[in-house]
Design a protein around this ligand. Structure first.
Ligand code: ADP
Length: 487
């Protein structure tokens, strides 16, 4: 099959979080299975351009409608991690993708709506006619709308759109003018059965558009698929998901075992696998050296991720103090665009600067992330909600035992001793989004580490033995694409 992914992120060239890993990992798995895959991305000024091989201009004069005018775009082409990528660069005074950040501008909806129109215009002009366009999150919600409204009439009517929701909290709520900006008549779409936001009727909802107009919608774990359809975690999109239930499902994410694999990871001091698990200790030493933490007989607990309320930041902070009070060590790697959260963690960092049992790295640092996954004993993922979560999957591959809250993809992938479905224990799970909730799980995990290292090692090996590669999920996506083409 011929598959085009349109996305606002792709690892390692433009990564904010898990979406980037998914586009890269799934794309590579599909390509390895003989499918033709290409990815269309914005050409951000802040992207890691050094990760692109053979970047060259593909097209210099792609004229993309913008209100009653047109904006000239250049299209670049290059290889990122073996995948063919196209990068769209608008030559306009708005400098849509030259903001020094991926997200967070006041006109994000306009920027990505324009990106969607440009992506389709490029495919149209370059005569790219895939079997499937796979779109991701609200930033590409308008692709299926544009395809059905205008490009189907231009010979692109056989292309199917599969749409994946990576985080339903962020929906792209915008003024209806955004539609006029890219050539869609907003009056036609400001309707309850189309793009009108269910709770704010004067606005359009780009993610809703993607759900309504795509041939299939899925999210990134079965449990999250259920939660966003049946509880208020759907942030207002529950009704439309129930309506579209026959073409809606959850497919668990995988991780790319070429990127995340302790047996061949080039960022870590000593490679190891299940049969050489004792070598993991050398990576703990290396991590402590790098972060200037004491080399003591203590368990090292880590947290890696965006410092967003979704991730349970107060429980991450609580873990830090729990660790210091209970003979453990703690490492945090995380960053936040939110000034208040960021300042809070910077304050903590200064306050604990001389403490030999913890380190806070308030930054985005891929190589350090690899070292932490390899060097820590446990990782906490105390999320309020979690569509899939990759940090627990990566940790398990590295034998770093996850301590997670029972929600979304975390509950589909991490199993405690008392799991009733016969799964082997590969971590520790708690229910309540409270200090007491996480403390219970931390106490169980750290007690076991101190009192029964053989039992703790069994959990590490169980975690490393899980197959969370792209192997199974890729099959599900291929089935999804085929079903869309047959419908
Ligand atoms: P989300 O997509 O909600 O941010 P996921 O758990 O799905 O969370 O994916 C997070 C990905 O981003 C993982 O690959 C993780 O290693 C990476 N990551 C998050 N924060 C950082 C950071 N500060 N430095 C390096 N990598 C990070």
């Amino acid at each position: 099959m011929n598959i085009i992914m349109v996305s606002s992120e792709c690892a390692p060239v433009s990564k904010v979080g898990g979406l980037a890993d998914v586009v890269d990992g799934l794309g590579r798995e599909l390509q390895n299975r003989g499918h033709t895959v290409a990815i269309i991305l914005p050409k951000y000024d802040c992207m890691e351009a050094g990760e692109i091989i053979g970047l060259e201009v593909e097209m210099t004069d792609l004229w993309v409608p913008y209100f009653t005018e047109v904006i000239r775009c250049s299209i670049y082409k290059g290889i990122v991690h073996d995948l063919k990528c196209y990068f769209i660069e608008p030559q306009s005074e708005q400098k849509f993708f030259n903001r020094g950040v991926y997200y967070g501008a006041a006109d994000d909806a306009e920027r990505f709506a324009f990106f969607d129109r440009a992506a389709l215009e490029f495919m149209y002009k370059a005569n790219i006619r895939p079997d499937v366009i796979h779109c991701h999150d609200w930033q590409t919600g308008l692709i299926s709308v544009l395809l059905s409204d205008m490009y189907a009439k231009l010979g692109m009517q056989n292309i199917k759109v599969c749409y994946t929701l990576h985080n339903i909290k962020h929906q792209g709520i915008a003024s209806p003018k955004v539609l006029d900006m890219i050539g869609l008549n907003h009056k036609e779409y400001l309707r309850k059965d189309r793009l009108q936001d269910d709770s704010r009727p004067e606005y359009i909802n780009l993610m809703k558009g993607g759900i309504v107009y795509s041939d299939s919608t899925n999210t990134v774990s079965p449990q999250y698929a259920w939660e966003i359809k049946n509880t208020d975690e759907g942030y207002g999109l529950e009704r439309i998901l129930i309506e579209k239930d026959d073409k809606y499902q959850g497919i668990l994410n995988g991780i790319d075992y070429d990127t995340w694999n302790p047996e061949k990871d080039t960022f870590i001091r000593k490679n190891y696998g299940i049969s050489t698990i004792s070598d993991k200790e050398q990576n703990k030493q290396a991590l402590r050296e790098r972060l200037m933490i004491a080399q003591d007989n203590k368990p090292l607990i880590a947290a890696v991720g965006r410092l967003d309320p979704q991730k349970g930041v107060h429980l991450i902070k609580h873990t830090l103090f729990y660790a210091l009070e209970n003979n453990c060590q703690f490492v945090l790697l995380g960053s936040s665009p939110d000034k208040e959260i960021s300042e809070y963690f910077w304050h903590l960092k200064y306050y604990l600067n001389d403490n030999p049992n913890c380190h806070l790295e308030i930054d985005y640092d891929d190589s350090l992330a690899h070292m932490i996954y390899a060097g820590a004993d446990m990782i906490v993922v105390p999320s309020l909600f979690e569509p899939c979560g990759l940090t627990q999957l990566i940790s398990m591959k590295y034998g770093t035992v996850p301590i997670v809250r029972k929600t979304g993809g975390l509950s589909d992938t991490v199993f405690d001793a008392n799991s009733i479905d016969g799964k082997r224990q590969n971590g520790f799970v708690f229910n309540d989004f409270t200090y007491a909730g996480i403390e219970g799980a931390l106490a169980k995990a750290t007690d076991l580490w101190y009192k029964d290292s053989a039992a703790f090692k069994t959990i590490m090996i169980n975690a490393m033995s899980c197959d969370y590669s792209w192997n199974h999920p890729a099959e599900s996506y291929i089935k999804l694409y085929r079903n869309a083409n047959e419908s």
